[in-house]
Design a protein around this ligand. Structure first.
Ligand code: GBH
Length: 507
């Protein structure tokens, strides 16, 4: 009797503070993320040539909300030591950044002609991180295609996979002795759908009928070629890992109806299955339901064949299994309906092909970005779904974060609330058995937010873009994140005493 009472008391005590007790594993990699074009600046120095964002922002400045560009951005090309100092201030274990292709290969068709100044810059950046025990995680491609390759069709040119493999080899050769975590592409969906199938990213081609699908095919082939270049010729000596990062927001059904559940599945296939299934699924190739819909709608409209290309057996097998880990960029969620909340899409296009409606409950808090709402449990929902769909996969959360407006100041409690909730959701997923090895907050600092210019801010550090030095100042959320990284625990009540930063011993 007494024993039962004791057990009851213990259970009650645990329930009173269920969250504080949960810890992240000691070897869990906490970090922050950035991308070359968004922070580096130095767009035309030391031999670098134009990429598609240089080209688009210079020739069509009006497509960017505040007519700005990344010519200088946070000027990390010159401020990299300050960047690493911020990493030390936060006490993070890892830092995700990306290489600028046209800084490393000014003529991407002549990969034997490597730009030493570009190599030096990344060597300095990486060595500075390693000096303080910060693990570099490097993305080869975060949206800044050399303009010369775009002039030749970019991702739609069947030669694209070779161009990318050539570049990847240069990266492994120069940095693979020290970088052990490589990511080939950041967010194929944003590259293909936003850049080729619509017009919300460079090169704003808006080839709605086939752009997304053709790009997906050549991107995946490029990824697989770069992966096997690593596996065959570098991994045996360098011993690192090579994966890919896919934007994986959560899309659940609006109701339990069969129609809505199918609509949500189609939406997931259109948003990330198109890129993840060929690599991580048992069968390989593009997702079945989506392929069927695109094929049927193409033939109905009078096309001779599906607007979604096929893989040969050899290509399918090459792509299948071509990743050591799945990088998840996760921000938000939507509820999907087969019948309600539909809007107008160009016909034919990916969104007309799936023809589903999107709903976001008004009670989900708004960020400064219209696509980004605070959706409860979305990390858990997405990660457990991916884990069940692709068992035995190793995951990293390679981006997750929250935006506010430039005048929001340093007190960003909404961002801290978001990070705490997201990280609690990561703990839920870990407890459910999902193999998540690390978490990179987007972003270390404010940066050029693509089409939104400098109007939306994601930084743990605020950047004063009007100052010559591009001064970085920690926001309140930087202290909250630092405390989570230090203690491996999410304390909902932690309040920094003041906003003065320091570097802990050992960092
Ligand atoms: C990430 O993309 C990027 O990797 C990173 O570079 C970026 O800075 C960060 O997120 C924050 O945006 O509603 O049609 O105008 C996140 C993916 C970005 C995809 C915004 C949807 C909305 C385009 N999302 N995008 S639209």
């Amino acid at each position: 009797m007494k024993l039962i009472l004791y057990i009851g008391l213990i259970i009650a005590a645990c329930h009173a503070h269920p969250r504080q007790e949960r810890r992240f594993p000691d070897d869990f990699l906490f970090g922050t993320a950035t991308a070359a074009y968004q922070i580096e600046g130095g767009y035309n120095v030391d031999g670098k040539t134009d990429n598609i964002w240089d080209h688009m922002t210079h020739t069509k400045p009006h497509v960017i909300k505040d007519m700005s560009n990344g010519d200088i951005a946070a000027n990390s090309y010159y401020n990299y030591k300050r960047d690493v100092e911020m990493m030390r201030e936060l006490g993070i274990d890892a830092y995700r950044f990306s290489f600028s292709w046209s800084r490393i290969l000014p003529n991407p068709l002549a990969p034997y002609n490597v730009n030493q100044a570009g190599i030096d810059f990344y060597n300095n950046y990486i060595n500075e991180m390693l000096k303080y025990n910060i693990t570099p995680m490097a993305t080869l491609y975060h949206w800044d295609l050399p303009q010369k390759l775009q002039d030749l069709g970019g991702f739609l040119n069947p030669l694209f996979p070779e161009w990318f493999e050539d570049y990847a080899r240069v990266v492994y050769e120069n940095f693979g002795d020290r970088v052990k975590l490589f990511i080939t592409f950041n967010e194929p969906r944003e590259i293909c759908f936003e850049g080729y199938g619509s017009s919300t990213k460079a090169p704003i081609l808006n080839v709605t009928d086939v752009g997304t699908y053709l790009c997906a095919k050549y991107l995946l082939l490029g990824h697989a070629k770069a992966y096997y270049a690593y596996v065959n010729d570098f991994k045996p000596t360098q011993q690192g890992q090579c994966g890919i990062t896919i934007s994986s927001n959560w899309f659940g059904p609006l109701t339990d109806s069969e129609e809505d559940q199918f609509a949500a599945e189609l939406k997931r296939q259109a948003e990330w299955g198109l890129y993840a299934d060929p690599i991580f699924s048992e069968e390989g190739g593009f997702p079945k339901e989506l392929s069927d819909v695109v094929a049927r709608k193409s033939l109905d409209m009078g096309y001779k064949e599906s607007r979604m290309p096929e893989f040969t057996d050899e290509e399918r097998q090459l792509i299948q299994g071509s990743a050591d880990f799945f990088g998840v960029n996760h921000y938000t969620a939507s509820l999907i309906s087969a019948t309600e909340y539909k809007t107008f899409y160009p016909v034919p296009s990916l969104y007309a092909d799936i023809d589903v409606g999107i709903y976001r409950p008004p009670e989900w808090l708004d960020s400064a970005s219209d696509w980004l709402k605070f959706a409860p449990n979305s990390v858990y929902n997405a990660l457990t779904f991916l884990h069940n769909k692709y068992p035995n996969t190793e995951f990293y959360i390679t981006e997750n974060g929250w935006s506010n407006y430039p005048d929001a100041g340093l007190i960003d409690d909404d961002r801290s609330t978001y990070y705490r909730a997201a990280l609690n959701s990561v703990l839920d997923a870990l407890e459910a058995g999902v193999n998540i090895k690390g978490y990179m907050a987007w972003s270390l600092m404010d940066n050029f937010e693509w089409m939104e210019g400098y109007v939306e801010r994601f930084g743990l550090y605020e950047v004063d873009f009007t100052s010559e030095a591009k001064t970085r100042t920690p926001r309140k959320s930087a202290f909250v994140y630092k405390e989570i990284v230090r203690s491996r625990v999410i304390d909902p009540d932690y309040e920094p005493e003041n906003l003065t930063m320091w570097i802990d011993e050992g960092h």
